[in-house]
Design a protein around this ligand. Structure first.
Ligand code: 13P
Length: 253
């Protein structure tokens, strides 16, 4: 695996725009290692994306999931249905889910387990608010979000981890490379504590206002294994440029 570039489209792009994105991406994808990429479209565009990406090695999946497989749960989507569509991954615990929809640490743990049971890789998001950073709680908050989400976790299962400081999401204010590296080091150490040797296979992505202009410096940090990109993942050219900057930074360090 090279430098990971994952795009969280949030509530953007219906099926038509999703289709256009992948037509454009594929036209410009020569020489790119598709397994370094991931996209999380809105639920209603997942079927279209499944038609574009099935069996291509590109990682893709939902932005949220429910842990029950079926039943009277109006409005929810299950891991089983996601799997049937051919998805390989799913976001868990994004800060917008936590802040706007009340997602708890207990729920992130349930989602992690439900996904792992079906062989879908969770992409767990953790991150502190500005207030938490200012009051010196960053490390405590992110390690506790990680520990809580891994309750009952079997170390043989794989997942990706994303550090997304809430104050840097969609604000244009990006963490400095040092801030990102420090948080990633803390998370890496916590992963080692929780999962021992097996923790080494978990990549840690940085997310929060990643753009082509700041990608190189962030990607130079030894513990930044990739990015989780919101706004800039909506444009094929930005997404590709970020990947190129990330790959170049890793090759030069
Ligand atoms: P932005 O890149 O738009 O700041 O969003 C980051 C994010 O939340 C990705 O999950």
């Amino acid at each position: 695996m090279g430098f990971i570039c994952a795009g969280n489209w949030k509530l953007n792009k219906g099926p038509k725009e999703a289709n256009e994105f992948f037509e454009d991406f594929q036209a410009k994808a020569q020489g790119l290692l598709l397994s370094d990429f991931a996209i999380y479209p809105s639920a209603f565009s997942l079927y279209t994306v499944s038609q574009e990406l099935r069996e291509k090695g590109f990682n893709w999946g939902a932005q949220n999931i429910y842990w029950e497989s079926s039943g009277a749960f109006t409005g929810e989507n299950s891991v089983e249905i996601l799997k049937e569509m051919g998805a390989t991954q799913c976001l868990v615990g994004h800060s917008e889910r936590r802040a706007l929809f009340g997602e708890t640490n207990e729920q992130t743990a349930q989602k992690m387990l439900a996904l792992a049971n079906q062989g879908i890789t969770p992409v767990l998001c953790v991150g502190e608010t500005l207030q938490e950073r200012k009051s010196g709680q960053t490390n405590a908050v992110i390690t506790s979000q990680l520990r809580e989400a891994l309750k009952g976790w079997n170390a043989n299962n794989s997942f990706w981890l994303a550090y997304e400081p809430v104050w840097a999401i969609g604000t244009g204010e990006v963490a400095t490379p040092q801030q990102a590296e420090e948080a990633h080091q803390v998370l890496r150490a916590e992963l080692e504590k929780l999962l021992a040797e097996k923790s080494k296979k978990t990549p840690i992505l940085y997310g929060g206002s990643v753009k082509p202009e700041n990608a190189f410096e962030l990607a130079k940090m030894p513990n930044v294994d990739g990015f989780l990109i919101g706004g800039a993942s909506l444009k094929v050219d930005f997404f590709r440029q970020i990947y190129q900057q990330g790959t170049k930074a890793k090759q030069s360090s």
